[in-house]
Design a protein around this ligand. Structure first.
Ligand code: ADP
Ligand code: ZN
Ligand code: ZN
Length: 747
């Protein structure tokens, strides 16, 4: 008898283990990684076969049988089954949560299907068809259909055949009956809009920097367990071209390629570049695809039709076999880490998959994360430098404007005078501008002039954001909305006012100053629609819009040669966030968005408006000096023992009942204290250890407490993480506890 060990597709810690089932005769060919339907309790559920075995400890009368397979070919490659098991250990997540990452959500519960179309073929030789056409003079539609079939030797979808020839269904049926036409059911691949109708291109002849990088990566592809690379390349140095040429090399060796980019950088432009180079060999995976598109792209990868995967974070789980190369573009981006269960880091998962297959991992950025640049300095990665832009393009000149002075001299607007002047020049030359504003909405928040209270969300302990459209307040954490109150809910005063400058306000100021210039806006509000992102960018590319205003979204990867001016409106607010990476993130954003200017033959210019012109992150961005920024930042990290020198571990405990949240957090703290007393050598690694209310003490109607640890980044760090995780289990109360490591924002 063969038994299948199965993980049921139910996310609950109590069923997070293997269940044994009998494998009936008809299903003996199934292998691990296949999804099946099984009886479970009183119902039927889906599950993943993890192992096969000849034995079981389950008594025969209790054993149930697998009912059917949900697919012919296992959804999961063996490497991904192993990766899921590794994720459970690495991220303390449920195995099923890890497995769920690896199949398109729509496949579960069979909510998506293949799309079939009827394809028509000529069933006779062209000569016979010609003779038939002559004989069919009395049936012009049939004759026209034959003519169209002659023009499409590889077949043509029936609907197109009718449209082209005017042949009715009856006419086609007649042709089929006579044996001239053959119909076949064919699977239609739903491709993402950006990948359709792209014209193929050829590789560029590489620059010296590019050639060095390509050579190094190719050489590594021959090695066993190759050392990863960190490419530090300024914006516009031609990194993408390097990825594409290395990818071509991997394909030539018969190996698969994965290119990961941040979700918001996965622009239609990026997709088009890869499609132009690799045609249907490229597949795209990201969250804005329709269910059908995502499923079809996934199937093309699984079947081996597409061997170059371009995708966002979750594409790291693509069913790509025999990987040779994984590229992580903009490796410094926070979005590679998942913020909800399973809380994985796509770069770590990528490294794991590379190790499984002796594949080369390439991390790249114009502004590498401080932690990885430090590790490259320590010899963990091979550092490749690409300090020059392609061709004659140079890095843009950065003009820093002190906004305090602007205010002193009477300018209360969002736009500084130098920015207005530069915009005038830019527009008068027929060029285009991009303006970055690090917030969205019209005004950030609404407050009372008498008591100073800010209008907060009823469910969360955070201020709500004003949105001019609909005159609404919205909570960006729970999406709760309410109308702007006419009197202060705290003191009853009628003097309510709006604070802060948002994209909408900026847009209004631009409309006032440049009434004849068309401005478009790109932020989370305007890109909610499926292809709205593509449409906004296409309008801008065609020059219909002269100014593009947006949030972080516009900072990444856009390549418009006619953009010569970039305005950075308000990044200062980022410098002072309660996050040890705030300076790093502000520097990265300034540098990235500056990189959008002057990418063509015309030189670019950046106007950086700031209230803190003396901050080192601003100064380094002004001189495009990553090294200087890194040196100063790493000195501070060492002094404060923040990553990479220390690690932050945080347990967030939340509950609707405040007492329960507090008591459970205190219980975690007590358990961990006891554990540490038993291991005195661990204690020496602890730099900070406390239990307090979380900075956002209430979120989505849940009260929140936290246990925070800062530990040295030594051998004990991992053990400490495991101890904390153990201390969080089986809490007495009904609260929910989540473990975060090096969280980017301590809400
Ligand atoms: P990055 O990804 O580093 O920002 P890109 O790969 O987008 O840079 O390259 C910038 C521009 O230079 C693109 O328009 C690209 O087509 C072009 N380019 C890249 N490599 C070459 C080359 N070797 N010769 C000519 N043009 C190139
Ligand atoms: Zn809220
Ligand atoms: Zn008030």
């Amino acid at each position: 008898m063969t038994y299948a060990r199965i993980i049921v597709d139910i996310a609950h810690s109590q069923v997070d283990r293997l269940f044994d089932y009998c494998l009936p005769e008809s299903l003996l060919s199934l292998t691990p990684g296949t999804r099946v339907e099984v009886p479970f309790g009183r119902s039927v559920t889906e599950g993943f076969i993890m192992e096969l075995s000849d034995t079981t400890d389950v008594p025969a009368q209790k054993l149930k049988s697998v009912r059917r397979a949900l697919e012919e070919r296992p959804a999961l490659l063996p490497q991904l089954v192993e990766t899921a098991q590794w994720m459970r250990r690495q991220y303390h997540c449920l195995l099923v949560d890890a497995l769920r990452c690896m199949v398109p959500a729509e496949m579960r519960g069979e909510r998506v299907r293949e799309k079939q179309i009827k394809q028509a073929y000529l069933a006779v030789s062209p000569e016979e068809a010609g003779a038939a056409m002559a004989a069919l003079k009395r049936a012009p539609r049939q004759s026209a259909a034959l003519n169209a079939l002659l023009a499409h030797p590889d077949g043509i979808p029936v609907c197109e055949l009718s449209a082209q020839s005017g042949a009715t269904a009856a006419a086609l049926k007649e042709l089929e009956k006579k044996g001239y036409l053959r119909l076949e059911e064919m699977r239609l691949n739903r491709r993402p809009a950006a990948a359709k109708g792209v014209i193929r291109d050829e590789a560029f002849s590489p620059s010296d920097d590019q050639r060095t990088a390509i050579k190094a990566v190719n050489a590594a592809m021959e090695q066993e367990q190759p050392k990863p690379f960190l490419i530090h390349g300024v914006t516009g140095c031609g990194k993408t071209e390097v990825y594409m040429q290395c990818a071509a090399q991997a394909l030539a060796r018969g190996r698969g390629v994965m290119i990961l980019v941040p979700e918001i950088a996965l622009t239609p432009q990026m997709v088009q570049r890869f499609t132009a180079r690799f045609g249907d060999e490229a597949a795209v995976l990201h969250s804005r695809l329709s269910a059908g598109e995502r499923y079809d792209e996934w199937c093309r990868i699984r079947s081996g039709q597409a061997r170059v995967v371009v995708g966002a974070r979750s594409a790291v789980f693509a069913p790509l076999a025999h990987i040779g190369l994984v590229v992580i573009d903009e490796e410094h981006e926070q979005s590679y880490r998942s913020e909800h269960a399973p809380r994985y880091d796509a770069i770590e998962v990528a490294a794991h998959r590379c190790a499984q297959e002796n594949a080369v991992l390439v991390l790249a950025s114009a502004t590498p994360s401080v932690e990885r640049y430090w590790r490259a300095n320590m010899g963990e990665y091979t550092l490749l430098s690409m300090p020059r832009r392609i061709g004659s393009a140079v890095l843009p000149f950065v003009h820093v404007v002190d906004m305090r002075r602007e205010l002193k001299e009477g300018n209360r607007g969002v736009l500084s005078r130098p920015l207005v002047e530069n915009l005038e020049t830019c527009l008068s030359r027929g060029e285009q501008a991009i303006l970055l504003l690090n917030r969205r909405g019209h005004s950030s928040f609404v407050s009372c002039r008498e008591c100073g209270e800010v209008i907060r969300c009823d469910l969360c302990d955070v201020s709500m954001t004003y949105h001019k459209a609909g005159n609404m307040l919205r909570c960006h954490y729970c999406h709760e909305e309410k109308p702007v109150p006419t009197v202060c809910p705290y003191c009853g005063s009628p003097y309510i006012r709006y604070f802060g400058d948002g994209t909408q306000k900026l847009q209004e100021e631009l409309a006032q100053r440049f009434p004849h210039v068309s401005v478009s806006r790109m932020d989370a509000d305007t890109t909610a629609g499926k292809d709205s992102h593509l449409q906004i960018l296409e309008r801008f590319r065609r020059g219909e819009d002269r100014i593009l205003v947006g949030t972080q979204m516009i900072a990444k990867g856009l390549d418009f040669p006619n953009v010569t001016l970039v305005g950075i409106i308000a990044v200062d607010s980022m410098l002072f966030l309660p996050d040890y990476r705030s300076a790093e993130r502000a520097f990265q954003l300034m540098e990235q968005v500056a990189g959008r200017a002057g990418r063509g033959s015309k030189p670019g210019r950046v106007v950086l408006q700031t209230y803190s012109p003396d901050h080192f992150a601003v100064k380094c961005a002004q001189s495009h000096d990553y090294q200087a920024f890194f040196d100063q930042e790493i000195t501070q990290r060492r002094a404060t023992q923040y990553p990479p020198f220390g690690r932050i571990l945080r347990a967030v405990v939340s509950s609707e009942d405040e007492d329960e949240a507090r008591e459970d957090a205190q219980e975690i703290y007590r358990r961990l204290t006891r554990e540490m007393q038993d291991a005195p050598d661990m204690e020496a690694s602890v730099l900070f250890f406390d239990v307090t209310p979380a900075p956002v003490a209430r979120l989505r109607a849940q009260f929140r407490y936290q246990v925070v640890l800062k530990v040295r980044a030594d051998e004990n760090a991992r053990k400490m993480e495991d101890l904390l995780f153990n201390a969080m289990r089986d809490l007495a109360g009904s609260s929910h506890a989540v473990l975060e490591t090096d969280p980017s924002a301590m809400l």
